[in-house]
Write a protein that binds this ligand. Sequence first.
Ligand code: GLN
Length: 197
Amino acid sequence: MSLRAGVLAVQGDVSEHARAIERAAAAHDESAEVVEISEAGLVPDCDVLLMPGGESTTISRLVHREGIASEIEAHVADGKPVLATCAGLIVAATDAYDDRVETLNLVDATVERNAFGRQKDSFEAPLEVSGFGEPFPAVFIRAPVIDYVGTGVEVLASWDDRPVAVRDGPVVGTSFHPELTDDPRIHDLAFFDSVRS
Ligand code: GLN
Protein backbone atom coordinates (compact mmCIF):
# COMPACT_ATOMS: atom_id res chain seq x y z
CA MET A 1 0.00 0.00 0.00
CA SER A 2 1.19 3.54 -0.62
CA LEU A 3 0.14 6.11 1.92
CA ARG A 4 -0.68 9.64 0.82
CA ALA A 5 0.46 11.85 3.69
CA GLY A 6 -0.38 15.54 3.79
CA VAL A 7 1.99 17.74 5.78
CA LEU A 8 0.69 21.18 6.60
CA ALA A 9 3.37 23.35 5.00
CA VAL A 10 2.46 26.65 6.54
CA GLN A 11 5.72 26.71 8.53
CA GLY A 12 8.83 24.74 9.42
CA ASP A 13 9.95 21.15 9.73
CA VAL A 14 8.15 19.80 6.66
CA SER A 15 11.13 17.86 5.29
CA GLU A 16 11.95 16.36 8.72
CA HIS A 17 8.39 15.10 9.05
CA ALA A 18 8.42 13.79 5.47
CA ARG A 19 11.57 11.77 6.25
CA ALA A 20 10.03 10.38 9.46
CA ILE A 21 6.86 9.35 7.61
CA GLU A 22 8.93 7.67 4.88
CA ARG A 23 11.02 5.84 7.50
CA ALA A 24 7.90 4.66 9.32
CA ALA A 25 6.40 3.47 6.04
CA ALA A 26 9.61 1.63 5.06
CA ALA A 27 9.51 -0.26 8.38
CA HIS A 28 6.18 -1.69 7.17
CA ASP A 29 7.52 -2.41 3.67
CA GLU A 30 5.25 0.31 2.43
CA SER A 31 5.80 3.61 0.71
CA ALA A 32 4.53 7.08 1.46
CA GLU A 33 3.89 9.95 -0.87
CA VAL A 34 4.21 13.25 0.99
CA VAL A 35 2.09 16.17 -0.16
CA GLU A 36 2.77 19.67 1.14
CA ILE A 37 -0.46 21.37 2.13
CA SER A 38 -0.53 25.14 1.84
CA GLU A 39 -3.81 25.61 0.02
CA ALA A 40 -7.32 24.17 0.01
CA GLY A 41 -8.25 21.18 -2.16
CA LEU A 42 -5.40 18.82 -1.25
CA VAL A 43 -6.46 17.46 2.16
CA PRO A 44 -9.46 15.48 0.84
CA ASP A 45 -7.09 13.21 -1.14
CA CYS A 46 -4.83 12.47 1.84
CA ASP A 47 -4.96 9.26 3.89
CA VAL A 48 -3.20 10.86 6.86
CA LEU A 49 -2.33 14.40 7.91
CA LEU A 50 0.49 15.96 9.84
CA MET A 51 0.22 19.31 11.63
CA PRO A 52 3.82 20.35 12.48
CA GLY A 53 5.18 22.79 15.04
CA GLY A 54 5.92 26.43 14.39
CA GLU A 55 3.90 29.36 15.69
CA SER A 56 0.35 28.38 16.53
CA THR A 57 -0.95 31.92 15.96
CA THR A 58 0.40 31.88 12.38
CA ILE A 59 -0.74 28.32 11.64
CA SER A 60 -4.23 29.06 12.98
CA ARG A 61 -4.53 32.23 10.90
CA LEU A 62 -3.38 30.56 7.68
CA VAL A 63 -5.46 27.37 7.90
CA HIS A 64 -8.57 29.46 8.38
CA ARG A 65 -7.68 32.04 5.73
CA GLU A 66 -6.82 29.38 3.13
CA GLY A 67 -9.93 27.28 3.80
CA ILE A 68 -7.86 24.33 5.02
CA ALA A 69 -9.37 24.28 8.54
CA SER A 70 -12.72 22.86 7.46
CA GLU A 71 -10.97 20.22 5.32
CA ILE A 72 -8.93 19.09 8.34
CA GLU A 73 -12.13 18.88 10.40
CA ALA A 74 -13.77 16.76 7.70
CA HIS A 75 -10.68 14.49 7.54
CA VAL A 76 -10.98 13.79 11.28
CA ALA A 77 -14.75 13.39 11.08
CA ASP A 78 -14.05 10.63 8.52
CA GLY A 79 -11.86 8.90 11.13
CA LYS A 80 -8.62 9.44 9.19
CA PRO A 81 -5.37 9.77 11.20
CA VAL A 82 -3.74 13.04 12.18
CA LEU A 83 -0.46 13.64 14.00
CA ALA A 84 -0.34 17.12 15.55
CA THR A 85 2.95 18.18 17.12
CA CYS A 86 3.72 21.14 19.38
CA ALA A 87 2.13 24.21 17.72
CA GLY A 88 0.10 21.74 15.63
CA LEU A 89 -1.29 20.28 18.85
CA ILE A 90 -2.12 23.78 20.11
CA VAL A 91 -4.19 24.40 16.96
CA ALA A 92 -5.80 20.93 17.23
CA ALA A 93 -6.86 21.44 20.87
CA THR A 94 -10.20 22.66 22.18
CA ASP A 95 -8.72 25.80 23.78
CA ALA A 96 -5.30 27.43 24.03
CA TYR A 97 -6.38 30.40 26.19
CA ASP A 98 -5.24 32.81 23.47
CA ASP A 99 -7.61 34.80 21.27
CA ARG A 100 -5.11 34.68 18.40
CA VAL A 101 -5.38 30.90 18.17
CA GLU A 102 -8.69 29.69 16.74
CA THR A 103 -8.50 26.04 17.76
CA LEU A 104 -10.00 23.21 15.68
CA ASN A 105 -11.36 21.00 18.52
CA LEU A 106 -9.81 17.85 17.08
CA VAL A 107 -8.43 16.68 20.45
CA ASP A 108 -10.51 17.00 23.60
CA ALA A 109 -7.74 18.75 25.52
CA THR A 110 -6.78 22.26 26.50
CA VAL A 111 -3.22 23.53 26.29
CA GLU A 112 -1.22 26.36 27.71
CA ARG A 113 1.28 27.80 25.21
CA ASN A 114 4.99 28.04 26.06
CA ALA A 115 4.33 26.62 29.50
CA PHE A 116 7.43 24.39 29.56
CA GLY A 117 9.53 27.56 29.29
CA ARG A 118 10.90 29.89 26.64
CA GLN A 119 13.35 28.96 23.87
CA LYS A 120 16.31 28.76 26.29
CA ASP A 121 14.41 26.14 28.23
CA SER A 122 14.14 23.73 25.31
CA PHE A 123 15.22 20.29 26.38
CA GLU A 124 15.40 16.64 25.40
CA ALA A 125 13.99 13.94 27.64
CA PRO A 126 13.83 10.14 27.47
CA LEU A 127 10.10 9.61 27.45
CA GLU A 128 8.24 6.44 28.41
CA VAL A 129 5.50 6.09 25.81
CA SER A 130 2.69 3.59 26.21
CA GLY A 131 3.51 0.49 24.11
CA PHE A 132 7.16 1.45 23.41
CA GLY A 133 9.83 -0.95 24.69
CA GLU A 134 12.50 1.76 24.90
CA PRO A 135 12.09 5.44 25.89
CA PHE A 136 11.52 7.90 23.06
CA PRO A 137 14.05 10.79 22.76
CA ALA A 138 11.58 13.68 22.97
CA VAL A 139 12.70 17.20 22.02
CA PHE A 140 10.64 19.97 23.65
CA ILE A 141 10.91 23.49 22.18
CA ARG A 142 8.83 26.19 23.87
CA ALA A 143 6.39 23.37 24.28
CA PRO A 144 2.76 23.61 25.34
CA VAL A 145 1.55 21.97 28.53
CA ILE A 146 -1.61 19.90 28.23
CA ASP A 147 -3.57 20.97 31.28
CA TYR A 148 -6.87 19.14 30.76
CA VAL A 149 -7.88 16.03 28.82
CA GLY A 150 -11.44 14.81 28.28
CA THR A 151 -12.53 11.36 29.42
CA GLY A 152 -12.24 9.89 25.90
CA VAL A 153 -8.59 10.92 25.57
CA GLU A 154 -5.84 8.35 26.11
CA VAL A 155 -2.65 9.73 27.68
CA LEU A 156 0.25 8.00 25.88
CA ALA A 157 3.09 9.74 27.75
CA SER A 158 3.64 12.21 30.58
CA TRP A 159 6.58 14.32 31.67
CA ASP A 160 6.70 16.02 35.08
CA ASP A 161 3.25 14.52 35.77
CA ARG A 162 1.78 16.35 32.78
CA PRO A 163 0.45 14.65 29.64
CA VAL A 164 2.75 15.28 26.64
CA ALA A 165 1.38 12.71 24.18
CA VAL A 166 -2.31 11.94 23.80
CA ARG A 167 -4.65 10.10 21.49
CA ASP A 168 -8.24 11.13 20.83
CA GLY A 169 -9.69 8.69 18.28
CA PRO A 170 -7.79 9.18 15.00
CA VAL A 171 -5.75 12.12 16.32
CA VAL A 172 -2.41 11.79 18.12
CA GLY A 173 -1.01 14.97 19.65
CA THR A 174 2.43 15.57 21.15
CA SER A 175 3.86 18.57 23.02
CA PHE A 176 7.29 17.65 21.67
CA HIS A 177 8.90 17.40 18.21
CA PRO A 178 9.17 13.71 17.17
CA GLU A 179 10.64 14.68 13.77
CA LEU A 180 13.87 16.01 15.28
CA THR A 181 15.34 12.59 15.99
CA ASP A 182 15.91 9.60 13.71
CA ASP A 183 13.29 7.66 15.64
CA PRO A 184 10.08 7.19 13.59
CA ARG A 185 8.05 5.44 16.30
CA ILE A 186 5.65 8.34 16.99
CA HIS A 187 4.87 8.73 13.28
CA ASP A 188 4.45 4.97 13.13
CA LEU A 189 2.11 4.98 16.13
CA ALA A 190 0.01 7.81 14.70
CA PHE A 191 -0.21 6.64 11.11
CA PHE A 192 0.47 2.94 10.67
CA ASP A 193 -1.01 1.52 13.85
CA SER A 194 -4.16 3.60 13.51
CA VAL A 195 -4.41 2.94 9.78
CA ARG A 196 -4.43 -0.74 10.64
CA SER A 197 -6.81 -0.66 13.62
N1 GLN B 1 5.52 28.17 21.24
C1 GLN B 1 4.92 27.84 19.99
C2 GLN B 1 3.47 28.27 19.96
O1 GLN B 1 2.92 28.59 20.95
C3 GLN B 1 5.02 26.36 19.73
C4 GLN B 1 6.47 25.97 19.64
C5 GLN B 1 6.75 24.85 18.71
O2 GLN B 1 5.96 24.45 17.87
N2 GLN B 1 7.95 24.36 18.86
O3 GLN B 1 2.87 28.30 18.92
